[in-house]
Ligand binder design. Sequence first.
Ligand code: SF4
Length: 305
Amino acid sequence: MSVGVETPPPVNQRPEGRYHAKDFKGRVDPDWCPGCGDFGVLRSVQQTAAELGLDPHRMVVVSGIGCSSNFPGYFNAYGMHTLHGRALAVATGVKMANHELTVIVTGGDGDGYGIGGNHFAHMARRNVDLNYFVMNNQIYGLTTGQVSPTSRVGMRTKSTPFGNVERPVNPITAAIMNGATFVARGFSGDQKHLRSLMAQAIRHTGFSFIDIFSPCVTFNHDNDFPFFKQRVRRLEDDGHDPTDWKTACEKAMLWGDEIYTGLFLEVKAPALHELEPILAEGGPVARRPLGLTEDQARALIEAMV
Ligand code: SF4
């Protein structure tokens, strides 16, 4: 007898509105500092998942290391809390094993743009069908306040007591230049807008990336909620066309009295799992017969755990 996994019904079958945000609440409460921007991001993902009618058992949330990377523990779905900067690589494995799952990757700017910067570039290039939500607070929070790849020039932190001398990464232009097919920016203090971006990202097939301003209220007193509230301006209010590559780049470069949030760019292109010949027929790898007897499968599992 061959061992396989029973074929489940199609993904995301539930009609929209069947779930409530509380259905996506994890068993433990976040240990984030009161007022941390990550609370708004967590609420937004929970509410968006409910509004889209996603099934928790057909979702996987993958993270790296950092305050925001504790996310999978606070969310009711399958979750993997992986290594620092390696969440995208693990999530690619999940997606390629079962491309019918909704895979969300969460983390921070240090994890994603510093330690995981290499993976960020290649996920965009390969157009892996992942939803990458980065809580960008422009500092390393978990390790109590060191300069990160998005900290501004001159910023004084524990590791830069005389001011940061390095120019920050621009995650939006980096994603666009590396070929990401959905590139957006949101703000934890504007959750209605953020939920709309998340819903579009999840519906998009391909690498969907949202850089989210999510202030660290404990260690970054430069880029706090009032800083962003005074500056953020929605691209939609300016009539931005997300198919206009050149304008998307120009607007992504602006950083000053006005900083744009919204959908910068959306491009239609086949995702990696749609291009892989081995996945073209026969459904997800995870549901195919393994070609092993039950005894062989059991012995293999026992050897691995
Ligand atoms: Fe949030 Fe900063 Fe506290 Fe970490 S240290 S939980 S990022 S406020």
